[in-house]
Design a protein around this ligand. Structure first.
Ligand code: ASP
Length: 419
């Protein structure tokens, strides 16, 4: 999977980009060292232009990425009918844990008023959307024009079309000469494009952070630190609380044994930031150390890496609340919260299991709610380490669900699990 590995030295380079953006932005905002024309040139033609180009690169790949990812995610469920109850339990548990994960994030975000303490002003809303009624929201799921939905970036509609297309593609695979394989290949191409765009993340972060600091100073960063701390807290809470709970309640298994045996998998996921790259290690641990039978593990683990991303959903929930909180004029009510849960669950299926993909699909949720993408630079600047952490949570979710499905399907060797 070296083709789909994270760009080399990305963490280090993003940190350098961030530091440089901070430094030059602060010089412009707080001092008069440089002549005015130079400051203006830098702010407009380096920071703003570079930041806008990077934001567009992120937006540019969202629609095809979600479409191909969802379509090929659905083809990986091809075996649903054959596997029967194993498949339904697997998908059901994955969706349930992801919905729970994002709800937890929204709860803690709401409880701590994340981002709301920020008094500065962030860019005004640059996307249409805003106050959509419940009726309009439902209608957006069912667009009257397929291509219209793509052109208008109507994500709810695109998700619906992708699901419809994916199901039809599977159903006709035998008479289309295995067309679904071509969609999987195209999906890989778009994953590569995500990683290519991410290679520019250090420059993107430099420009976006620079734009912020040069125009608004450093006040915002207390709030960013709050976002980071809260995200780490919710990730760890979900890891320890939710997975222990479902293991104990649904499968009567000892969570401590589970976490102990998962440490290498989590470390591997942490260092690669990719659930997909971690599949072989997850599979080995799940079958050899946790006692899940091979036929169960070899279905549940790869499907999980594709569609189950609890850590990513938590990040998306908190990041949405945070960005909405620091942006004037954006209020999140009950309808928006329900939309975030729905979108986070669906986009977690559509999020590629490669580094930083969660940030790309975060733009879907933000766009859908009419929240400007300007602040994504703040999230991106701190995202490298958070991506590593949430990938560890993602793979832990895959393994926990594997154990539960195996236990309830008589496919778990408990002697091995408890050894
Ligand atoms: N890196 C994550 C994974 O592979 C996806 C993401 O949240 O960016 O699981």
């Amino acid at each position: 999977m070296t083709e789909l590995a994270a760009p080399k030295n990305l963490t280090r380079n993003v940190l350098i980009g961030m530091g440089a953006g901070f430094a030059i932005g602060a010089l412009i905002f707080y001092t008069n060292i440089a002549p005015k024309f130079l400051e203006e040139f830098f702010s407009t033609y380096i920071f703003s232009l570079g930041g806008d180009i990077f934001k567009n690169l992120l937006r540019l790949i969202v629609v095809p990425l979600v479409f191909f990812s969802l379509v090929s995610g659905i083809s990986s469920l091809n075996d649903m009918a054959r596997l029967g109850s194993i498949a339904y339990k697997t998908v059901g548990l994955y969706l349930l844990t992801t919905a729970f994960a994002v709800s937890l994030a929204l709860f803690f975000g709401w409880l701590t008023n994340l981002g709301a303490g920020f008094s500065g002003d962030v860019a005004p809303t640059d996307l249409a959307g805003g106050e959509a009624s419940f009726y309009d929201t439902v209608m957006r799921i069912f667009p009257s024009n397929m291509f219209g939905a793509f052109v208008e970036n109507n994500m709810l509609g695109i998700v619906f079309i992708s699901i419809l297309f994916g199901i039809a593609l599977n159903a006709t695979d035998s008479v289309t000469g295995g067309l679904s394989k071509s969609f999987e290949k195209l999906n890989t191409v778009f994953l590569k494009i995500v990683l290519m765009v991410m290679q520019f993340a250090p420059y993107g972060v430099f420009c976006l952070i620079g734009t912020y600091v040069a125009s608004k100073g450093l006040d915002i960063f207390g709030d960013v630190a709050q976002y980071v701390m809260l995200l780490i807290f919710v990730l760890i809470f979900h890891l320890i609380f939710t997975y222990s709970l479902i293991l104990a309640v649904f499968a009567k298994l000892n969570p401590i044994k589970f976490f102990y045996k998962m440490k290498d998998v989590m470390l591997f996921a942490f260092s690669t930031s990719s659930s997909a790259a971690t599949i072989p290690v997850t599979l080995k641990t799940v079958t050899q150390d946790l006692g899940v039978k091979k036929d169960v593990g070899s279905f549940v683990v790869p499907v999980g890496a594709t569609i189950n991303m609890d850590g990513t959903a938590i990040m998306q929930g908190l990041a949405t609340i945070f960005i909405a909180g620091i942006t004037p004029g954006i209020e999140l009510g009950m309808i928006e919260y329900i939309q975030i849960i729905f979108l986070a669950v669906i986009t977690s299926i559509g999020t590629a299991a490669v580094p930083s993909a969660g940030i790309v699909t975060l733009t879907i949720i933000l766009s859908q709610l009419g929240i400007p993408l300007e602040a994504i630079g703040l999230i991106l600047a701190v995202d490298r380490i958070l991506d590593m952490l949430r990938t560890s949570i993602n793979v832990c979710g895959d393994a926990a669900v594997s154990c539960i499905v195996a236990k309830t399907e008589r496919g778990l060797d408990e002697k091995v699990f408890n050894s």
